[in-house]
Ligand binder design. Structure first.
Ligand SMILES: *Cc1c(COP(=O)(O)O)cnc(C)c1O
Length: 496
């Protein structure tokens, strides 16, 4: 039976998985959600023996029901191959009472690779299935990691172009270098004067621009989104939570049916929503621990039931979490409202006009699966230093936020449940902040790539290929525009 997808903002819209992937965002501005979350139909003993690719098929086939077995297996095989530097794809490392699920072994050394290495294949397959003749133009706003992962995924994929907007002063030096050195004739990278929310709002506006859509269509183009609002991003992320649980079970770390907690360093709420979907599929997960940095809008939301973006936007050392509008939260809001599109529209409208909304008491009751907390800049740096000095393991800044929040959770609850921390980036992506946390004085004077070598020496981890590549790569993209000029530059690139 086909699993269909609805928009969070309408009762009528119903599309297939491949149509939802192609569109990215529903025309009413809502996000596509599956009509129900399918239950895992493979038992844990079988899953425990599966490779990452086999697990991916077992999970994704239940969400993407209009893909044939051959289509889906081919997408999976193209995505999870030697681009990853370990055959395990997502290894689990036990350190200091927690299990770090390393999601950064792909091409751009951040967890975005987990979904963005498969999305281009899901998308081109979807286009074929729907007899779509238009060329797909991926339009993406990035807080740093999505941009590079999407560029790497879509570069030179026939039938696609990709345009990435990033906040000019809101990403790490390594993140920026990774993006502006991107090769591929179909790639465009633009810095904007503004923060990530400005970039994301600008992109959403372009998606909603009917006039522009018609002009593009006349030229044989159509927009799609590689942001985590695309269901083609979300579904591949469910896989590694199933995989992590099955591997822990297979190794005897947990017994049959034993619950685990999951901690996720959160920005746009995509990754933690995927963990929630894994729980709803039947993975025994007790608490979903949502970790924020100083932009703690989600922490406040889980404490009070009010989502309020009216606050200062703070630039932190975990830039991929510097977000005040967590787009994917809308999927949770819709769900806890009892799949009520009218309620969702009401709240999202309030978010646009007043910058905030409050959920009902009944909705609050539905949030008991979640726990929210945050780590400030000092706590994050202390966490990196402490874990390093205790274990020799070096965390990146985002993972450190999660790790610190986990410590706070245990102190507050005394919950001894075994816990998986989603480790979302390699420390090599945020070398400056990481080395600063370990010994500011010693490393202060070093340049970005000297720091890379120092990190390698200190951690005993080989410098990843993704970093070696950009040491000497030439800058190929140097556009910087005002947020208000995003439409203009898109039209320029596409010559419409
Ligand atoms: C994107 C990102 C996050 C936040 O993930 P969301 O799915 O947006 O919540 C956390 N850490 C890193 C390193 C990221 O790149």
């Amino acid at each position: 039976m086909n699993l269909l997808y609805k928009s969070t903002r309408s009762k009528e819209v119903e599309v297939t998985a491949s149509q939802a992937i192609l569109k990215g965002l529903a025309e009413d501005g809502g996000l596509f959600v599956p009509e129900h979350i399918p239950a895992l139909d493979v038992d844990m003993d079988t899953l425990a023996g599966m490779s990452y690719q086999e697990t991916a098929y077992a999970v994704m086939k239940q969400f993407l029901t209009d893909f044939t077995e051959e289509e889906l297996k081919s997408c999976i095989a193209k995505a999870y191959d030697e681009k990853f530097d370990t055959a395990e794809i997502a290894p689990i490392v036990q350190k200091d009472e927690a299990y770090y699920l390393e999601l950064f072994h792909g091409k751009t050394i951040a967890f975005k690779d987990m979904a963005l290495s498969i999305l281009p294949h899901l998308m081109t397959t979807s286009a074929k299935k729907n007899q779509d003749k238009n060329e797909i133009v991926i339009l993406t706003a990035t807080s740093g990691d999505t941009g590079k992962a999407a560029l790497a995924g879509f570069a030179d994929v026939p039938g696609t172009k990709i345009i990435v907007f990033y906040p000019k002063n809101g990403v790490s030096p390594i993140q920026e270098k990774q993006m502006v050195t991107q090769k591929g004739d179909n790639t465009f990278v633009v810095g904007i004067h503004g923060n990530f929310d400005d970039a994301q709002t600008g992109v959403k506006k372009l998606f909603g621009d009917k006039e522009l859509a018609a002009e593009l269509d006349a030229k044989g183009y159509q927009f799609s989104s590689a942001n985590s609002i695309n269901i083609g991003r979300l579904v591949p992320q469910v896989v590694y939570y199933v995989y992590a649980y099955a591997k822990m079970y297979g190794r005897g770390e947990i017994s049959r049916g034993e619950e685990i907690n999951v901690v996720v360093p959160t920005g746009n709420f995509g990754n933690i929503l995927a963990a929630y979907y894994a729980k709803l599929m039947g993975v025994p997960i007790r608490k979903l621990i949502c970790a924020s940095n100083d932009n703690k809008v989600l922490y406040d939301f889980f404490r009070t039931g009010t989502y309020d973006r009216n606050r200062e936007f703070i630039l932190t050392t975990s830039p991929s979490m510097d977000i005040l509008i967590s787009s994917n939260l809308e999927r949770l809001i819709y769900r806890i409202a009892g799949a009520d599109a009218d309620k969702d529209v009401e709240l999202m409208k309030a978010l646009t006009t007043e910058g905030k909304y409050e959920i009902t008491d009944a909705m609050k009751q539905e949030l008991t699966d979640f726990y929210g907390n945050y780590a400030n800049e000092k706590e994050t740096a202390d966490e990196i230093s402490m874990v390093y000095h205790k274990t020799g393991y070096v965390l990146d800044t985002h993972t450190a936020v999660a790790s610190r929040v986990y410590r706070k959770y245990v102190a507050e609850t005394q919950d001894a449940t075994k816990t998986v921390i989603a480790s979302t980036a390699s420390p090599y992506k945020f070398t400056r902040s990481v080395m600063d946390a370990i010994d500011a004085e010693k490393y202060e004077a070093l340049g970005d790539f000297e720091l890379v070598d120092a990190l390698s020496e200190l951690s005993g981890v080989k410098v990843p290929q993704a970093i070696e590549e950009i040491r000497t790569a030439p800058v190929l993209h140097d556009h910087v525009v005002e947020a208000a000029d995003m439409k203009k530059i898109v039209k320029e690139f596409l010559a419409v």
